[in-house]
Design a protein around this ligand. Structure first.
Ligand SMILES: [Zn+2]
Ligand SMILES: [Zn+2]
Ligand SMILES: [Zn+2]
Length: 222
């Protein structure tokens, strides 16, 4: 094997290879790193979206931005809720006047109605215990306002959750669930990593609150 390598090394170089970015990508990037940093810091502010009115309804103050939507625009609270009827676990932040602060769709008034299609209303909605449902997803742990359906044809609470794609933590009066996508994510991760379920869960806790500033969530999460 060594002899073969020596033979290649000793071969006369007839064609001069062109140097490409793939030869040393970090070195090529180094001259641009200030620009990258400036753009990342720019995202801490409102960027191009300095208008004080919501870009959707053009009537209320534009204070809310979503960390998970592919959209850097700011919206009012009602439009933010409307934008997230199908993505209730997105992480929302509120512009305080000088910086963004984490808030939630629940605080903005989003309620999730189980047992019905999104466009349907339920005539007998029942709030989950303490109106404080915890949903665990790949982007963290979310406090949610969830209404179970108590209509005549309603299913059990666990079935209503399962039909939403949420796996309930208990079969009796469930107050916590994990999305099917999260379970799939951990299943695939377990093929490549030795992360235990405990470590995986606590990484999600950190995604939600890496420095322990949200005391109440910390208590709820144990
Ligand atoms: Zn609006
Ligand atoms: Zn979003
Ligand atoms: Zn109903």
């Amino acid at each position: 094997m060594d002899g073969h390598v020596d033979a290649i090394d000793d071969a006369p170089v007839t064609l001069k290879q062109k140097c490409t970015t793939a030869d040393n990508p970090l070195l090529m990037w180094l001259s641009d790193h200030d620009e990258y940093l400036a753009e990342m810091l720019r995202m801490d502010g409102r960027g191009d979206y300095t208008s004080h009115t919501c870009c959707k309804c053009a009537s209320a103050p534009a204070l809310f931005q979503c960390d998970d939507c592919c959209d850097m625009q700011l919206y009012c609270g009602d439009c933010t809720v409307c934008n997230h009827l199908r993505s209730p676990t997105h992480c929302i932040k509120e512009w305080t006047g000088s910086f963004f602060m984490a808030t939630s769709l629940k605080k903005l008034g989003l309620r999730i109605q189980l047992g019905h299609a999104i466009s349907e209303s339920c005539i007998l909605p029942r709030k989950s215990s303490n109106d404080n449902f915890l949903l665990i997803d790949t982007n963290g742990i979310h406090k949610m306002a969830v209404d179970f359906c108590a209509c005549e044809t309603s299913q059990t609470h666990t079935k209503q959750l399962l039909r939403m794609g949420w796996f309930p933590s208990t079969t009796v009066d469930p107050r916590t669930a994990a999305t099917f996508w999260l379970l799939h994510h951990y299943h695939i991760l377990s093929f490549e990593s030795k992360a235990s379920a405990y470590e995986f869960y606590h990484s999600l806790v950190r995604i939600s609150d890496n420095v322990g500033l949200i005391k109440k969530v910390g208590v709820l999460l144990g």
